[in-house]
Ligand binder design. Structure first.
Ligand SMILES: [Zn+2]
Length: 243
């Protein structure tokens, strides 16, 4: 396995071009660094400060700190998550970063394994049948209990919450607009791997397609490109259950 430092971009590009030429198939592993390069950066403090001044007053500095954050009232929490999901998922998702990556592998048989929950691969033209979103998808919502294995589209729920955000407090000020479980009325969250409550059933089909894809190519030359993964969501760990 080879990696490149930030100073040797020309060397990296030349090597990758050669590896692509030599490969029969390509696996793209992608983490949050790829979407950060596309402008969807959980660690962007300036963007967070501009969008969520009320949360900054509470001592929060970046969207990343909201992941797994407990102790906030539902009205406060959804005041953040509705705006965040709107920014990450419902805005125009076309990105030169992803589109260029798609062009690079366009004439190669390829499969994507990603820990990103923003659907950016599919939104930029990658075949949805060739993607395993291992950590879930902001496009779905689930019960936090959970009282069932059901998931449902997040968009109408999030859009409803957006209509009820008080611009001063940045909280959802109408309790009827706070997302609730469609079955038990309890607390809900986006269908992402945030705890033991995560319902991963919606991704089993993707996982099974990946297993089939890679097993059929086990004897071929498969190039693996891992982009923007941290150590806790690298392809080595995220892909381990499948290979
Ligand atoms: Zn429920």
């Amino acid at each position: 396995m080879r990696g490149f430092g930030g100073d040797d971009l020309a060397g990296a590009a030349a090597a990758i071009v050669q590896w692509l030429r030599d490969a029969d198939h390509v696996v793209i592993g992608a983490g949050s660094g790829l979407s950060a390069a596309a402008g969807l950066d959980f660690g962007d403090r300036a963007d967070f400060a501009a969008r969520f001044p009320a949360l900054v007053k509470r001592g929060l500095k970046a969207a990343y700190e909201m992941i797994g954050h407990t102790g906030l009232a539902q009205a406060t929490s959804w005041g953040f998550w509705a705006v965040h999901v709107d920014q990450m998922l419902f805005a125009d998702g076309r990105s030169p970063v992803y589109e260029n990556l798609r062009r690079v592998v366009a004439d190669k048989d390829h499969f994507v394994l990603t820990s990103n929950v923003d659907a950016m691969f599919a939104r930029n033209g990658f075949d949805p049948d060739g993607i395993w979103s291992i950590q879930g998808d902001y496009g779905l919502m689930q019960c936090l209990r959970p009282c069932s294995q059901d998931v449902w589209p997040s968009e109408p729920v999030v859009r409803r919450a957006l209509t009820a955000i008080d611009p001063a407090t940045q909280e959802v000020d109408d309790p009827a607009c706070i997302p609730r479980c469609i079955h038990c009325g309890g607390e809900v969250f986006l269908n992402v791997r945030g705890g033991h409550w995560f319902i991963d059933r919606p991704y089993h089909e993707q996982r099974d397609r990946w297993r089939e894809w890679i097993s059929e190519r086990a004897d071929d030359r498969v190039l693996l490109i891992d982009i923007g993964s941290g150590f806790n969501t690298s392809l080595a760990t995220a892909g381990r259950p499948a290979v």
